[in-house]
Design a protein around this ligand. Structure first.
Ligand code: ZN
Ligand code: ZN
Length: 143
């Protein structure tokens, strides 16, 4: 997980000024260990930054995702973001909606495959769905 200072440095490298709104978003990103949507970040940030817009939030998130320091994926019609920018499995529970990170070294050969085709890998996620332990158990209990 990156520190706030690394996100700030990234903004500077991309010629963006460090504004209070941008700092609040960086703080939100670093405090948020899991997965979030731009709308969720916007709703939370609006409490302390009433003039912030959803477009501003999207723009900054886009800078970070194109730099490869924030991961992004589509799920349930929304764009999701997460600080885990290493290639990993996002396991989505169709019962409770929880998204769990599953990091495994077995993914390394997949990255190698992508690179062998001449592509540059920055970040990514593999979506897998099913039921978490808790939901699988309660489904069993109902049968
Ligand atoms: Zn579940
Ligand atoms: Zn994840």
């Amino acid at each position: 997980m990156l520190q706030e200072s690394e996100y700030i440095r990234n903004l500077r490298q991309n010629q963006h000024k460090i504004t209070p709104q941008r700092l609040s978003l960086i703080k939100y990103i670093c405090d948020n260990e899991g997965h979030f949507t731009a709308e969720e970040a916007f709703t939370k940030l609006r409490e302390s930054e009433p003039t912030i817009t959803l477009a501003t939030v999207y723009n900054i998130l886009k800078i970070f995702t194109s730099s490869g320091i924030l991961n992004t994926f589509e799920h349930k019609g929304s764009r999701w973001f997460e600080t885990n920018s290493a290639l990993h499995i996002n396991f989505i529970c169709d019962g409770c909606g929880k998204i769990e990170d599953i990091d495994t070294a077995d993914i390394t050969p997949l990255i190698r495959k992508v690179r062998e085709s001449g592509n540059t890998f920055t970040s990514g996620t593999i979506l897998m769905r099913g039921y978490c332990k808790k939901c699988a158990k309660s489904r069993e209990d109902h049968h």
